[in-house]
Design a protein around this ligand. Structure first.
Ligand code: ATP
Ligand code: FE
Length: 370
């Protein structure tokens, strides 16, 4: 049997086919990145138009790549929550169209659950339960994954997400005007700029929520501080950010250091909470980091050091599976198929959800775990 996965929750049209051993037969990713870079951000109507244009060719190309037809497909997994409603709607409509025409069941997928679970596709030694940190363009959260459909939320961002902050800062720094960065997303540009820093410590950035003994995150304050440093530098030199290369490199490095400090601070508390409440077995401590921001090697290395100290095994999906893709949706579908959960034949019961909290919330219980 083969699973078809469709992902359209944000700005990438993704599709993949995997077989019942979890091997990828074909995958296609049609990115809208360049268009949105030109517009200075994602405009939902534009994203929807592009999904509408790309969805059919993307699915066809994937079927061709796998050298199979729809009749060989067992079920269709599709992201229905959370995401941009206009974008999600295109994936759902197309999945329903295929399901009806070819009489296939649909397996609805939660985008953030898929980000976490895809780590199990490559590392078949990751068993339940494990702790996960999901850091992306729209989310920042810590959760215990007890089963394919059983998540315990320990903490989440009370404002914006780290990837979103990187994208905004990069835009404000005009990094795209530097030819080397012109095709990159904000997070990638900041990572490269940071690697050229010589003196990051001249910029002081705050540790968010330092006084609050829970596992929640906040990135607004960090963003404001970075933008303020930038503003002061521009005024002092009386030139735009893209002409301030050494200072901007240092500020990018300071941003990554401050972000990592915050992520480590909250992750360490989550690990202690798991220990105190026996949520993670002492003889099998596993930590999965995923989502687009997990591609960042500075952040990943910092998390690796924390894991070494607290004796966790750290896992990260390969980089192209950390950012949005169809493979993680197909894989999540397969994990549900194996366990016979969420296999839907009555298509009328399916609908999209723009907002959708992950699992059961323990956020208020994680206080003073230290
Ligand atoms: P969500 O999963 O929360 O709905 P999303 O699907 O838009 O959000 P992803 O595709 O998982 O997010 O990740 C995209 C984000 O990852 C972007 O904000 C981008 O800046 C960030 N990102 C990508 N590569 C890097 C990197 N090397 N360093 C830091 N951030 C990165
Ligand atoms: Fe995502």
């Amino acid at each position: 049997s083969c699973l078809l996965g469709i992902e359209t929750s944000c700005d990438d049209t993704g599709c993949a086919i995997i077989n019942d051993r979890g091997e990828i037969l074909a995958e296609t990713l049609q990115s809208q990145n360049l268009m949105h870079l030109r517009n200075g951000g994602i405009i939902p109507d534009v994203a929807q138009d592009l999904h509408r244009k790309y969805i059919e060719p993307t699915v066809h190309k994937t079927l061709q790549g796998a050298n199979i037809s729809m009749s060989d497909i067992t079920a269709i997994a599709v992201t229905l929550e959370p995401g941009l409603p206009l974008s999600l709607a295109i994936g759902m409509k197309y999945a329903k169209h295929l399901a009806k025409n070819f009489k296939k069941p649909i397996i609805p997928i939660h985008h953030m659950e898929a980000h976490a679970l895809v780590a199990r596709m490559e590392h078949d030694n990751i068993s339940f339960p494990f702790l996960t940190l999901l850091i992306s363009g729209g989310h920042c959260l810590l959760a215990v994954v007890q089963d394919v459909n059983k998540f315990l939320l320990l903490g989440e961002s009370i404002d914006c997400a780290p990837g979103e902050v990187f994208d905004k800062i990069a835009r404000r720094m005009k990094l795209r005007n530097i030819p080397e960065y012109s095709q990159l997303c904000g997070g990638q540009a900041i990572e490269i700029a940071a690697s050229k820093a010589t003196n990051p410590h001249i910029f002081k950035l705050p540790l968010p929520l330092a006084e609050y003994k829970d596992c929640n995150f906040s990135f607004n304050g960090l963003k404001t501080s970075v933008l303020y440093h930038l503003f002061k530098k521009e005024r002092f030199h009386n030139i735009d950010a893209d002409k301030l290369i050494p200072e901007v490199n240092d500020l990018c490095a300071a941003t990554l250091m401050a972000t990592s400090r915050h992520l480590l601070h909250r992750t360490q508390r989550a690990m202690e909470f798991c220990h105190q409440n026996n949520l993670i077995p002492e003889n099998k401590k596993q930590f999965v980091v995923s989502g687009g921001v997990a591609c960042n090697n500075y952040i990943f290395n910092a998390l690796t050091m924390l894991c070494n100290e607290l004796e966790y095994n750290i896992f990260r999906p390969q980089l192209k599976l950390c950012t949005d893709n169809g493979v993680m949706i197909a894989w999540n579908g397969l994990e549900k198929w194996w366990r016979n959960i969420d296999i839907v034949t009555d298509l009328n019961t399916l609908d999209i959800k723009a907002q959708s909290p992950l699992g059961e919330s323990l956020v208020n219980k994680v206080i003073d775990a230290r």
